[in-house]
Ligand binder design. Structure first.
Ligand code: PEP
Ligand code: MG
Length: 590
């Protein structure tokens, strides 16, 4: 008989979708938190540096062997390669050696100081993706630290029970060792949505919830747990009732997943026969594996900022070229839309010695920054044009607010091509060039701007911010940030109408495109392509297949008469209520 179960729930971040039910297995990944400081005599400092270098080498060998043993899909994602590179990163490797030498301290202490400084810089960033990069530094430094101290890491590959892993943190090197026949899913105290660990879980297609804070203190090995990777929730010691409910949800979800996965590689064609390309937004080159898995028709937005963040020297052309080429070759012949540098604003660069800006969102960000620093801009454009020789590339200029900006950007693009030509390097200038429409002035000037470009891509994240005067990062005004505001809908309509009139394509790559109940509006307004986080692709494709463009157009007549976001929402609910998200990762009845 069911005894009182003492069920409780923990809320975290959904890092990889799916539901699994099973016994918890606590992994002890700690033991290197407490580090002693001692001073090293001057003549022994070279030996201390040597000891540090040897630990880095052992960490390197460990990661290499995980790479060699991991599934091909993961190898191609180059996630662990990123960690290999970080091991020798100047910020980490160089600074630690410098600290040992200048402060005369032991390697463990120097490493700990350096990591804590790098971590705080990353964590202070507003951008969630960049914030998450702090965890890469921590994972890499943990592996060095373990080797310095001589603590053996528990090998995930050796676990041979059917369990769900519970850990304070798991590195991509840990999760890459997961044996899919044994491990059903994992949960961690730390981590965020954009973590590499989450990306590995998605590539392996196992459920994962991260950022639970207290999972390891509240769950014991062998506790029965349910991991709901869709909702980002963990149910510990579930009652009979919860078990039955989640068994059912798990089955529903698996069935649904099977259907959408089966169809995700097919085109998203409406019931009246119109194809809508459903593309992916990526921040990290490693995400291309998810894009393929989820059936993306290409990459609609490759945010290239990450490679520039938090370093003292910006990446050189070769480094950028290699990264872009990897993505482009992997996706070929599907298109990859590489957006040029969109830094500052909410994505601060560290090597800027300029003053702080009072209003960074209105400051020297994005294309403004690039036009001010043509050398940096030209380096990136040369890398893009060179990568374009290896597949299907489009270039996308962000934050265009004035006509002269696109004229100048294109002039510099020609200059970049000219210099490559002169040097005899292979490149492809015959690529589509587009602009992000994310500033209201660009909407107003869309007809002029259309003369200069091959496509528009509407960035609703910023367009809503600038049109409604709402800081997209300010929680006090988050309730006013409404994609369905009639003003936003009119702006999108203006852009789409101009694009049609001028015979160019109009895309959307803001978050607005990833919500199912927005799709009838976007189809009704005439968007040709939608781009979103890779996980949403199968789901959105399925929604598109259930809709007709002509119905959506007729529906828009009513929408355009509404005066408030609520009014629009009510109309959507009335006509397309079954598309409202259940919070369960799929539309009702899906
Ligand atoms: C946008 O503004 O909608 C967009 C896609 O760009 P980002 O979120 O990178 O500013
Ligand atoms: Mg933007």
């Amino acid at each position: 008989m069911a005894k009182p179960s003492g069920e409780f729930r923990l809320k975290g971040i959904n890092a990889s979708p799916g539901i699994c039910i099973g016994k918890a297995y606590l992994v002890d990944k700690e033991g290197v938190d407490i580090v002693a400081r001692y001073y090293v005599e001057k003549e022994k400092l070279p030996g201390e540096v040597k000891r540090f270098k040897a630990a880095v080498k052992r960490a390197r060998d460990e990661i290499r062997s995980v790479i060699d043993d991991s599934p091909e899909e993961l190898q191609r994602a180059h996630i662990l390669e990123t960690h290999l590179a970080l091991l020798k990163d100047k910020m980490l490797y160089g600074k630690t050696i410098e600290t040992i030498e200048t402060e005369g301290v032991n390697a463990e202490w120097a490493l700990k100081q350096v990591v804590s400084k790098i971590k705080s810089v990353f964590l202070s960033m507003a951008n969630a993706y960049l914030k998450e990069r702090a965890s890469d530094i921590v994972h890499v430094s943990d592996s060095i630290m373990r080797n310095l101290i001589g603590v053996k890491a528990e090998k995930i590959a050796d676990i041979d029970k059917r369990v769900i892993l519970v850990a304070r943190d798991l590195s991509p090197a840990d999760t890459s060792q997961i044996n899919l026949e044994k491990i059903k899913g994992f949960i961690t105290d730390r981590g965020g949505k954009a973590s590499h660990t989450g990306i590995v879980a998605q590539a392996l297609e196992i459920p994962a919830v991260v950022g639970l804070k207290h999972a390891t203190s509240r769950i014991k090995s062998d506790n029965l747990i349910i991991v709901d990777g869709n909702a980002g929730q963990v149910i510990v010691n579930p009652s009979e009732k919860s078990l039955v409910k989640y068994e059912e949800r798990k089955m529903d979800y698996e069935q649904y997943r099977a259907v959408i996965t089966r169809d995700s590689h097919l085109a998203a064609k409406t019931t009246d026969g119109i194809n809508v390309d459903v593309m992916a937004n990526i921040e990290l080159p490693e995400e291309v594996v998810s894009v393929k898995n989820y059936g993306g028709d290409g990459i609609g937005l490759y945010r290239t900022e990450f490679q520039y963040m938090n370093r003292t020297i910006f990446p050189n052309e070769e480094e950028l070229f290699e990264k872009y080429k990897d993505v482009v070759e992997f996706m070929a012949p599907k298109p990859v839309t590489i957006r040029t540098l969109d830094i500052n604003g909410d994505k601060a660069v560290s090597n800027q010695n300029g003053q702080d800006e009072a209003n960074p969102a209105l400051g020297l960000r994005s294309i403004r920054y690039c036009l001010r620093k043509p050398d940096i801009f030209l380096t990136q454009m040369r890398a893009i044009l060179r990568a374009a020789a290896f597949g299907n590339v489009r270039i996308l200029f962000p934050m265009i607010a004035a006509y002269f900006e696109i004229s100048e950007a294109k002039k510099l693009l020609d200059q970049a091509a000219g210099s490559l030509e002169k040097e005899g390097l292979p490149y492809n200038r015959d690529i589509q060039a587009g602009i992000m429409i994310e500033v209201p002035s660009a909407v107003v000037l869309a007809d002029f701007l259309a003369e200069k470009v091959d496509f528009f891509s509407i960035g609703t994240n910023d367009l809503i911010q600038y049109a409604l005067a709402i800081d997209r990062l300010n929680p006090n005004v988050a309730h006013l940030y409404q994609p369905l505001d009639p003003a936003v809908i009119r702006l999108i309509k203006m852009v789409a109408d101009v694009a049609k009139d001028k015979g160019i394509e109009v895309h959307m790559c803001g978050e607005m495109a990833a919500a199912t109940h927005h799709i009838p509006l976007l189809l009704g307004l005439g968007l040709d392509e939608l781009s979103m986080n890779p996980q949403s692709i199968p789901h959105i494709k399925r929604v598109i297949r259930s809709l007709s463009i002509s119905d959506a157009r007729a529906f828009m007549q009513g929408v355009l008469k509404k005066r408030t976001a609520r009014g629009v929402f009510e109309l959507v609910k009335e006509a397309y209520g079954d598309l409202l998200d259940t919070g369960y990762g799929m539309p009702r009845g899906g």
